[in-house]
Design a protein around this ligand. Structure first.
Ligand SMILES: [Zn+2]
Length: 85
């Protein structure tokens, strides 16, 4: 399980709609990877805030937007850590 996979499964993971095996893999990764833990925590908080203000499940467009934002963020943090020549 890589950081990329975490992002891919994150929406389902937070929805608790995930296959138990996959869920265990994600939790194992989260135990080892601080970056992903931060992403998951932040996303969870965002969803909680969102759900408190609107008692509806996350619409697919919002899920997609969230997913895109996370992918972008992960990509940026990866290129950001690479020194430019
Ligand atoms: Zn990770």
């Amino acid at each position: 399980m890589k950081c990329k996979d975490i992002v891919k499964e994150l929406a389902d993971y937070l929805d608790e709609a995930l296959d138990p095996c996959l869920r265990t893999s994600i939790e194992q990764h989260l135990g080892q990877c601080k970056d992903c833990r931060v992403v998951v925590d932040t996303t969870k908080q965002t969803i909680e805030i969102f759900c408190n203000s609107e008692p509806a499940p996350l619409p697919p467009t919002t899920r997609q937007r969230l997913h895109d934002a996370l992918v972008k963020r992960l990509r940026r943090s990866r290129t950001g850590s690479t020194p430019q020549a």
